[in-house]
Structures are given as structure tokens and as C-alpha cells.
Ligand binder design. Structure first.
Ligand code: SF4
Ligand code: SF4
Length: 59
């Protein structure tokens, strides 16, 4: 599953813009990924400048 480390995330919203499935949403203080919409394309991982997004199956 694709996850966001909220400690690292600067809420720049670049991942929201790049996600083709509209699976990423901004909450009040953080960014969340809806796993039911996410197709694990990993485009958000590529775009995140601070490396806050990761696939927990790669660990
Ligand atoms: S691209 Fe990275 S830093 Fe920007 S909102 Fe998404 S997770 Fe946060
Ligand atoms: S992996 Fe792809 S579909 Fe899933 S949240 Fe990231 S950009 Fe959206």
C-alpha cells in the first residue's frame, strides 16, 4: 500500500495534482491516500520532493 509519512510531508500538494485516480486528499493538517482508489502507479512517489511517500511493500 502507498503511504505518506506525515512527519516529512510539507503539504505542498504536488502529489494531489499528479495522482490520476484522485486518490489523494488534503485533510486539515495532513495529506491522506484512499487505498480503495489508489492503483499503486507510484507517480506520487516520483513527484514528492521530500520523499514522504512510500510503498510499504518495498520495506
Ligand atoms: S508531494 Fe510529498 S510533501 Fe507534497 S503534499 Fe504530497 S506527500 Fe506531502
Ligand atoms: S500511487 Fe498513483 S494512484 Fe496511488 S495515490 Fe499515488 S499517484 Fe495516486
Amino acid at each position: 500500500m502507498i503511504k505518506i509519512d506525515s512527519e516529512e510531508c510539507g503539504v505542498c500538494k504536488d502529489c494531489i495534482d499528479v495522482c490520476p485516480e484522485e486518490a489523494i486528499e488534503q485533510k486539515v493538517y495532513n495529506i491522506v491516500i484512499h487505498p480503495d482508489k489508489c492503483t499503486q502507479c507510484e507517480e506520487c512517489i516520483e513527484v514528492c520532493a521530500v520523499g514522504a511517500i512510500y510503498n510499504d511493500e518495498d520495506e
